[in-house]
Design a protein around this ligand. Structure first.
Ligand SMILES: *Cc1c(COP(=O)(O)O)cnc(C)c1O
Length: 371
């Protein structure tokens, strides 16, 4: 038997899954060059024209490494969040920062807790770092059960508790009071990771008030409201000690120079950001009204997407495939109790019309097949 290098045991034990199949790959599978992209919660309203101009102007200096400390961007972010730049680390998206958090805080086999079926990339990072994922069932609408999370956290004494609020994939939101209750009820040495990727889209209720504490890391991205998913840039707010620890092991040149410059310009164009939120809220309301009109149940959403009920898990999967065949890319929650839903990003008015047309036709075909 030949001997050859083996990955570390913890990595060998990781199942070969990727959190998502990309729309480019799905398009190749159905022999299309493009899809109507309503599956990845990207912004249909693009980045700020000012961010585009700043990135274009920055391109000739792509021969330079970026400022590894992202000082210009962190200074602007600190002013925005009312904290110090020592409380901020920038990464190539929240997804990268989730990996950094797992690597920094988790030792092999440490327990980690999240709501069942919530953000798949966090679960992926937990497994990839050899940590032990535990989950608590959400409510029937996918909403987070804070009391159950607290009970489980006291039993488990997890190293990390993760909460996406608003949640992905359900779109549901819990008020700042409930988030504070969860944070304050955790064991004292548990790290609370609060992923607020969709915080900009919250229109009802209130977020956890701003503030830095030793036990909490809050995560934000330029991928959603700012429309810069392809630039790969996000950031974390945390205590000075946590940020100083990340500084020891993070990928210092991992954040694209052009992305940093674009993010700063995007941040400075709050008028455009406001316009995007208004468009998203309009589209979200329109999705809910469309669903009500055709008698389809939806989940409440405080994000840039809405979950539409199709039926069983199999029916929802069939719907996702039928839409793909028709050139429309959507995704669906993978876990019960909401795995009979599809998750649809708010598109432009034209994209929404296409979705209504194809969803209605595919729903008729599906119902005919069942009856
Ligand atoms: C989209 C999303 C992110 C953003 O990730 P990036 O890596 O910054 O693009 C983070 N968390 C959740 C829950 C999301 O849905």
């Amino acid at each position: 038997m030949s001997v050859h290098p083996q990955p570390a045991p913890a990595i060998r034990a990781v199942p070969a899954t990727t959190p998502f199949v990309a729309p480019e790959e799905l398009a190749r599978r159905v022999g299309r060059s493009t899809l109507v992209r309503l599956g990845a919660n990207e912004s249909a309203f693009g980045p700020s024209p000012k961010a585009i101009a700043a990135m274009q102007a920055a391109l000739p200096l792509i021969s330079h490494y970026a400022d590894p400390e992202s000082v210009d961007l962190r200074t602007a972010l600190a002013a925005r969040h009312g904290c110090k730049i020592e409380n901020i680390v920038v990464g190539s998206g929240v997804d990268e920062l989730l990996g950094l958090i797992c690597r920094t805080y988790g030792a092999l086999g440490d327990p980690v807790l999240m709501s069942h079926g919530s953000y798949a990339t966090f679960a992926f990072q937990v497994r990839g770092h050899g940590l032990d994922l535990h989950t608590v069932p959400p409510f029937s609408d996918g909403g987070i059960d804070v009391e159950a999370m607290l009970v489980r956290a006291r039993e488990l004494q997890p190293k990390i508790v993760y909460l996406a609020n608003p949640d992905n994939p359900s779109g549901t939101f819990i008020d700042g009071d409930a988030v504070a209750r969860l944070r304050d009820g955790l064991p004292p040495d548990t790290l609370f990771v609060l992923d607020e990727a969709y915080a900009d889209f919250v229109t009802i209720g209130s977020l956890l008030p701003p503030g830095i504490d030793e036990r909490t890391i809050r995560l934000y991205t330029f991928s959603k409201m700012y429309g810069m998913a392809g630039a790969r840039i996000g950031y974390a707010l945390a205590s000075r000690d946590a940020i100083a620890t990340f500084q020891k092991i993070r990928n210092h040149f991992g954040v694209n120079r052009t992305a940093q410059i674009g993010a700063l310009a995007a941040l400075e164009d709050q008028a455009f950001a406001k316009h995007v939120v208004a468009e998203v809220v309009r589209g979200r309301d329109e999705y809910q009204a469309f669903a009500a009109r055709i008698g389809v149940r939806t989940l409440p959403s405080q994000t840039n997407f809405v979950c539409f009920e199709v039926g069983t898990r199999q029916a929802a999967e069939a719907m996702m495939h039928a839409l793909l065949e028709r050139g429309v890319f959507v995704r669906k929650p993978g876990e019960p109790p909401i795995n009979g839903f599809i998750r649809v990003t708010v598109g432009t008015p034209e994209e929404r019309e296409l979705f209504y047309e194809h969803f209605s036709a595919a729903l008729d075909a599906l119902r005919e097949r069942v009856s």
